[in-house]
Write a protein that binds this ligand. Structure first.
Ligand code: HEM
Length: 445
């Protein structure tokens, strides 16, 4: 990534995303939404979208503004769109949440807020998709293909979400009502499976190879993984809409999606093991060790899913499965990589301009892995404890797990801010002549 330009607003995306993650954890600690309320309740919808849009989608967009140009070795189509997109996403999410709160009677029932939020979100995601899509399209190979499929899935997710939002306001006719009645699983699969998981898989191939000095994953193998994932999402979106239209129910579609999704996860596991096997860096950095815990969580979620399906208990424990996937796999991976990306970009921004002219610290000098590791361990242990408490039907103990996750997160964020502030770099090397301290929330233009 050395030599690549630094995305100006990636840090602002990360800061916004982390702020939403704190909101989500505060809701969970306070007992708002699942498991204290039903999965389909308006309070759960608030919680789900704070996590899925505010935290995960915003963090992913911020990371992609930096990485897609690196993946395709071309500049971003338009750097200028990133900030307006963040504004639209933030405003859209706030309005959508107000609509959900109205649906649950916590605010006046102004249901027009839901379509209004959807329009703002579509405008924000639209800017992101066009910007990143036009950039990734220039060299659609390897991980960039995962990103392209992820972006198409994001469009499908937003389209389903908009139909639901218009249907809640009574503006989507009978077709919209039947989509709202049966299509929610399709929206969730396209968002969590297609957009977030496939994109995270694609980006992880490149990051793991880069940080472990491994050869890139064999393209034939990663194409096979992508094909299984794309078929799963395609079956969910196309097959699912068709099944709803034909009023035949989702009983055939969902098992097929599950089997294809499982195949994609197994193939991804094979690819990741291959990257680890080919690494030249024997001593693993913290971000990679913590990414391993997120892979363990993904494998755990897949296993849990299979056991629940075989015992006929999937519907009853859907929330537990979603919790482990969202907080163990996706959030764990994003936090681990964010920790490294912030240090790396801060190093590049501060010392890149003076490199070769004066002694500079190494990227690892910006962080204290020994101090940071305990916060990550607290976070993951809390997530796994929370999963067990959901399985055991113990909502109070689950709130304690959410509080423990918050403690871990506070520690991780403190370490990230210290890296951004160069707080762990010893004085003579910290700011050599010609180097400037970076701004906390954005890169210099
Ligand atoms: C344009 C953006 C979006 C809009 C307008 C939107 C809107 C909605 C609406 C109205 C529902 C409720 C349906 C019902 O009443 O049962 C819903 C459910 C859901 N959405 Fe979204 N959504 C958006 C983006 C996303 C994204 C990006 C994700 C995930 C990555 C996501 C994940 C979910 C999930 C998991 C549910 C089911 C929640 C539950 O039943 O508890 N949404 N969405």
């Amino acid at each position: 990534m050395i030599g690549a330009s630094i995305s100006r607003w990636t840090m602002s995306y990360f800061a916004t995303a982390l702020a939403w993650l704190f909101v989500a954890l505060a809701l969970m600690v306070a007992g708002v939404g699942y498991p204290s309320a039903h999965l389909a309740s308006p309070d759960t919808l608030v919680l789900v979208h704070v996590v899925c849009i505010g935290w995960l989608s915003v963090a992913m967009c911020g990371a992609l503004f930096q990485f897609v140009p690196v993946l395709v070795a071309k500049p971003l189509f338009s750097e200028k769109w990133a900030l307006p997109a963040l504004g639209l996403l933030t405003a859209g999410l706030a309005v959508l949440l107000a609509g959900f709160l109205g649906l649950g009677g916590r605010l006046p029932a102004w249901l027009w807020l839901l379509p209004m939020g959807a329009i703002l979100l579509i405008a924000g995601f639209g800017l992101v998709v066009v910007d990143l899509g036009l950039t990734a399209w220039l060299r659609p190979r390897g991980p960039a293909r995962f990103v392209l499929v992820g972006l198409v899935s994001l469009c499908a997710t937003a389209a389903f979400g908009a139909v639901f939002a218009f249907a809640h306001a009574g503006w989507a006719g009978s077709a919209g009502q039947s989509m709202l009645a049966s299509g929610v699983p399709l929206h969730a699969i396209a968002g969590l499976g297609g957009w977030l998981t496939l994109t995270a898989m694609g980006v992880s191939y490149r990051l793991l190879s880069m940080f472990m000095l491994s050869p890139d994953v064999d393209e034939r193998k990663s194409n096979m993984t992508l094909a299984a994932g794309t078929l799963a999402i395609g079956a969910a979106v196309v097959g699912g809409v068709l099944a709803i239209w034909l009023v035949s129910g989702l009983n055939v579609v969902l098992p097929a999606v599950g089997a294809l999704g499982l195949a994609a996860i197994v193939l991804y596991g094979r690819d990741v093991i291959g990257i680890f096997g080919g690494r030249k860096r024997r001593q693993l950095e913290l971000n990679t060790r913590m990414a391993v815990l997120s892979f363990v969580s993904l494998a755990g979620a897949a296993l849990l899913g299979v056991v629940l399906v075989l015992t006929g208990a999937f519907a009853a424990y859907l929330g537990t499965f979603a919790f482990l996937s969202i907080f163990g796999w996706l959030s764990g991976l994003v936090l681990a990589k964010l920790y490294k990306i912030v240090a790396f970009l801060t190093w590049l921004e501060t010392y890149g301009p003076v490199m070769g002219r004066t002694p500079t610290p190494r990227v690892q000098d910006l962080v204290s892995e020994a101090r940071a590791s305990k916060w990550f361990v607290i976070y993951y242990v809390a997530v796994w404890f929370g999963t067990l408490m959901l399985l055991a039907g113990q909502p109070s103990a689950f709130r304690a797990a959410a509080a423990m996750m918050t403690v871990g997160l506070v520690g991780i964020v403190r370490e990230v801010i210290r890296a951004r502030r160069l707080a762990d770099v010893a004085s003579p090397l910290r700011l050599p002549d010609g180097a400037c301290a970076p701004h906390l929330l954005c890169a210099r233009g």
